[in-house]
Design a binder for this molecule. Structure first.
Ligand code: 16G
Length: 168
């Protein structure tokens, strides 16, 4: 992806290739189980007691769906900890000429890494990626205080579309 057009908006300047001191941006890997990936997700919501095998099984299941999941992480290579993550999930469709719908999911930046533009970096990467992997639209759900943040990436509340949910 051509990240260059986003670079000007970062102060201080960071990019996907240079996200900051000791930070490396890459796809999720199996080893991230030991790098605190699930602990990071628990800053967002309930993760549950997930064993290494359950993690590996789910990882391989997602991997077996090519183009379905772009789970991006930022690792602090010095401490070998995953400090931020965001996912682009792609759902393929018959509609829109066998198009696809993208969803931004599970965006978390670890508490001590907030305020370093890392959420913006992940969001910019995934927002640029979405149309390139065939998405005709991209959506997300967020709490009220984050509406302004996500608006800066081109998201807006859709007229006459309601987010409805059923929990099990
Ligand atoms: C937020 C997340 C969503 C996540 C959900 C978990 C973003 C943009 N949105 O809505 O991806 O799955 O929280 O909350 O990161 P839940 O456990 O209540 O479903």
């Amino acid at each position: 992806i051509d990240f260059s057009k986003c670079n000007g908006e970062y102060k201080p300047k960071i990019s996907n290739k240079n996200p900051g001191d000791n930070l490396h941006l890459r796809p999720l890997s199996l080893g991230d189980f030991d790098r605190g990936f699930l602990k990071l997700l628990s800053e967002l919501t309930k993760v549950g007691d997930v064993s290494q095998k359950q993690f590996a099984d789910r990882f391989h299941q997602m991997k077996a769906c090519p183009g379905g999941y772009f789970i991006t992480v930022l690792e602090n290579t010095e401490t070998q900890e995953v400090v931020a993550t965001a996912t682009l999930a792609v759902e393929t469709k018959f509609i829109h000429s066998t198009g696809a719908r993208g969803r931004i999911e599970d965006v978390v930046v670890s508490k001590q890494y907030r305020g370093k533009q890392l959420g913006k970096l992940l969001l910019d990467c995934l927002t640029l990626l979405a149309p390139k992997v065939g998405c005709y639209k991209l959506s997300l759900e967020c709490k009220d205080p984050l509406v302004d943040f996500y608006s800066t990436f081109g998201f807006s509340k859709e007229v006459n579309q309601n987010y409805m949910v059923q929990r099990f």
